[in-house]
Write a protein that binds this ligand. Structure first.
Ligand code: BTN
Length: 332
């Protein structure tokens, strides 16, 4: 994986944070002219990254970018040794971040390209719902090409949920629960939703476009959904910058997909330990209707087993609502 020169220059400055990085060192390392460096620094500054120049000597990175602005170069720099998140395409406004990534997937672009938008005008949720996407949330889609069987695609959704759970807990200091398959809740309120769309043949997975929406400041309403929503701000969590949260999510996603590919049993066991749906009475709505039962297990390929009055049923997709608390825990 070869990083873009602009991201490599930023990495050199970052490794020397607060100190002078000579232009000659950047030029020597990257094989670019001083004018080339000055142009790259201009782009980085336009992304809100504070870089000062010392005339005829070099540049100093003064600190992280402004928190409210999304810096694609900063996120890519944090992912310098991770294959996901290269390149990161940033849009101020787009219908849905799923669209550009799907187009690139169909053109054969390699795994890792990511799209991020400040807001979406036609954000999509699961089951054809709208995902309201005002400014203040993280809206991102990443192209994945995992070497897995078509029957295991559902597990990539589970990996996304664990990865975003890791990232939010690490940066925001709030505890999140995973509701099967991949909603992140605080108590009974939804903080983050995920949608994956893919091209799968009988014997192979071409690509998966995994889209995530995290409510950082606002609480978008999810059209037609009975689910209450919340945000990191409403939960009193640390307001993480989107570039930091995204980088952390992608790094963790790579890790979980690695485990999924190497040891599926270990992967699913770790998911079972984090899925707050297990052991609860739930209502599941799917294309074949709605029913209530006890969530008994998550099977090895990621489907949910539910004990109902008529026996055990298996769901590979569907909307789950938790209806009863686990022994003294919080319910809806
Ligand atoms: C859900 O819980 O229903 C899934 C919500 C997924 C929303 C994200 S935001 C980024 C990406 N682009 C979209 O249009 N949807 C996903």
């Amino acid at each position: 994986m070869r990083l873009d020169n602009r991201v490599m220059a930023l990495k050199m400055l970052f490794d020397n944070l607060g100190k002078l990085t000579p232009s000659s060192a950047i030029a020597g390392e990257l094989g670019v002219t001083r004018q080339g460096i000055s142009k790259m620094v201009g782009i980085l500054r336009d992304e809100g990254i504070p870089i000062s120049s010392v005339p005829h000597k070099g540049y100093v990175l003064e600190g992280p970018p402004e928190e409210d602005r999304f810096s694609p170069s900063w996120a890519e720099m944090l992912l310098w040794d991770c294959p996901l998140g290269h390149p990161i395409l940033h849009f101020e406004r787009i219908e849905s971040t799923q669209n550009p990534v799907k187009d690139l997937a169909q053109k054969g672009h390699p795994e890792g390209v990511t799209a991020v938008a400040d807001r979406q005008t036609m954000g999509r949720g699961r089951r054809d719902r709208r995902w309201e996407s005002p400014e203040g949330g993280l809206y991102a889609s990443v192209l994945l090409r995992p070497p897995i069987l078509p029957g295991h695609v559902q597990m990539v959704n589970l990996a996304c949920a664990m990865a975003m759970g890791d990232a939010i807990e690490a940066h925001c200091g709030i505890k999140v629960d995973i509701k099967w398959p991949n909603d992140l809740l605080v108590g009974s309120r939804k903080l983050c939703g995920m949608l994956s769309e893919g091209a799968v043949e009988a014997d192979r997975v071409h690509h998966i476009v995994a889209g995530i929406g995290v409510n950082i400041k606002g609480s978008p309403t999810i059209q037609d959904s009975p689910q209450d929503v919340t945000s990191i701000a409403e939960e009193g969590g640390t307001l993480v910058a989107r570039h930091d949260l995204l980088a952390s999510f992608l790094r963790s996603l790579k890790h979980h997909i690695g485990i999924l590919c190497e040891d599926r049993k270990a992967f699913i066991n770790s998911y079972r330990g984090r899925c707050s749906t297990l052991g609860r009475r739930i209502v599941v709505s799917s294309d074949s209707g709605t029913l209530e039962g006890l969530a008994e297990d998550v099977e090895d390929e990621g489907s949910l087993l539910i004990r109902t009055s008529t026996g055990l049923l298996r769901f590979s997709a569907g909307d789950v609502r938790h209806v009863r608390p686990i022994k003294g825990g919080e319910g809806e």
